[in-house]
Design a protein around this ligand. Sequence first.
Ligand SMILES: [Zn+2]
Length: 101
Amino acid sequence: MPIYEYECASCGGIFEAIVDIGGAPSKCPACGSRECKKLIGAPAVHVKVDHATARIEKRVKDYLKDGKVSDAVRFADKAASMVKSDRVKRVADRLHERSGK
Ligand SMILES: [Zn+2]
């Protein structure tokens, strides 16, 4: 069965759902709304990168909360080399400025 991407009209979340051809629109896993728009032609890999980016940002924030700036820099550098994401790269760049390296 095909996997489609949907964008929720209520909360703006993007999610993937496996749907039968001609099946009913999916429900947003975040807010339960059925006001979801199918994204046509958007490759699923983009969603995965976005989720990874969100996890990376959260982990960086956790490091910073604990005052572990150098750990955050190391982690962000590693993440930026693994995840080809401009957003992750910006996070890493900001951390470098912040840590003065
Ligand atoms: Zn939603």
